[in-house]
Design a protein around this ligand. Structure first.
Ligand SMILES: NC(=O)c1ccc[n+]([C@@H]2O[C@H](COP(=O)([O-])OP(=O)(O)OC[C@H]3O[C@@H](n4cnc5c(N)ncnc54)[C@H](OP(=O)(O)O)[C@@H]3O)[C@@H](O)[C@H]2O)c1
Length: 336
């Protein structure tokens, strides 16, 4: 049996993404077959599609992480040929040992670095990162909050945000930052979101108390101080940020190189202001469903593109035009 998928045979610009017929996957005994309705175009998809051009310098993590990523993704040609990690859809069939799901269940999930969600169908182990879709979200919305929410929640769980504290999110309009902003607000913090000009309104709408446009203002020069600075892309520096950190303040990073790891080591021994570099591993997606259904995580969809326009979707994101999440839809679904 065949299905349609967005395949890329070479690293490169958006038009390397081609709609092709490939083998439809068959679920193993412990797997579910998901009919995909929506996939989020996230940071990892854009990065992976053009990974040949990503030098260790351009990569936000350490050289070693870049090297492992190269081995995993391919040096000259992509090893993973179908992008997409955050998806939502409906269970079409289940393997004979599956107990948690049944045919027709609406689900959302995260395939992580293995990707493969830009396709009409995908398989997931029933114990993998897949859960029933939040009932208060469409498929389009649900796919945008699966992996991003896990990452934001896991990283923020390493710091204790207390009510009334001041938190700054550098990168508040992005996949991880927009969720981190909402989680920090849920903890009762006063949150400042830093992002580019076109996305200021969206960040305000997500609940930021204050917004800063990084193209116009350097947050380290505004005179305001914070208990926590979460820099998603690591675009600021600890040396500049520490002057706007309160005593016992934390400078939190989702992206880090050896330099920041050394800063983390040094500040763990001396000084009241700490650097924390955190990798996200935990995959408790049922907890994300609960947070969404409790109204604590929202999604702002900017645009959705049908699978035939996957290249346009990438182009739109890469040009910095998005004002919210961008998704690709599959299976001509009218349920989104
Ligand atoms: N630690 C972990 O376990 C882990 C897990 C997954 C991902 N990550 C890392 O997280 C990163 C991706 O995050 P994401 O998905 O949120 O990316 P994203 O959706 O592309 O968002 C990037 C954010 O950074 C902002 N930004 C861009 N340039 C900036 C600047 N000069 N100053 C301040 N903000 C700037 C963007 O603002 P505008 O769009 O408004 O311009 C946007 O808010 C990757 O680097 C990845 O390696 C880490």
């Amino acid at each position: 049996m065949k299905m349609k998928a967005i395949v890329f045979e070479n690293f490169g610009p958006p038009d390397v993404l081609q709609l092709k017929e490939v083998e439809k996957p068959v679920p193993k005994d412990n797997e579910v077959l998901v009919k995909v309705y929506a996939v989020h175009v996230n940071y990892g998809d854009i990065l992976t599609r053009n990974f040949r051009k990503i030098s260790p310098r351009k990569f936000y993590m350490s050289f070693l992480m870049w090297f492992f990523a190269k081995i995993f993704l391919g040096f000259r040609k992509p090893k993973i040929k179908i992008l997409g990690s955050e998806f939502a859809g409906e269970i079409e069939s289940v393997g004979k040992d599956v107990e948690r799901f049944k045919e027709g269940d609406q689900v959302f999930g995260y395939k992580g670095m293995n990707m493969g969600a830009y396709a009409e169908y995908l398989c997931m182990p029933e114990k993998g990162t897949v859960a029933l879709k939040p009932t208060n979200m469409t498929f389009e919305e649900a796919c945008t909050v699966s992996g991003n929410s896990l990452t934001a929640r896991n990283i923020l769980s390493k710091v204790n945000i207390e009510s009334g504290q001041k938190v700054l999110i550098n990168g508040a309009s992005g996949g991880i930052g927009s969720i981190a902003l909402q989680l920090a607000k849920n903890s009762g913090a006063e949150v400042t979101g830093v992002c580019g000009t076109p996305r200021l309104e969206m960040v305000k709408a997500l609940g930021a108390d204050k917004v800063i446009d990084y193209t116009k203002v350097d947050f380290t020069t505004k005179g305001e101080t914070y208990n926590l600075i979460f820099d998603v892309l690591g675009k600021s520096s600890f040396s500049r940020s520490k002057k706007v950190l309160n005593k016992n303040g934390i400078y939190l990073l989702a992206n880090f190189k050896s330099r920041q790891l050394l800063q983390m080591l040094r500040t763990s021994i001396i000084g009241s202001k700490k650097v924390k570099c955190v990798l996200s591993f935990e995959e408790d997606i049922d907890a994300i469903k609960e947070l969404v259904e409790a109204g604590k995580i929202k999604s702002v969809i900017d645009r959705s593109f049908p699978m035939e326009q996957a290249a346009e979707a990438h182009d739109y994101v890469e040009k910095g035009l998005k004002k919210g999440y961008v998704v690709i839809t599959f299976n001509n679904n009218d349920k989104n």
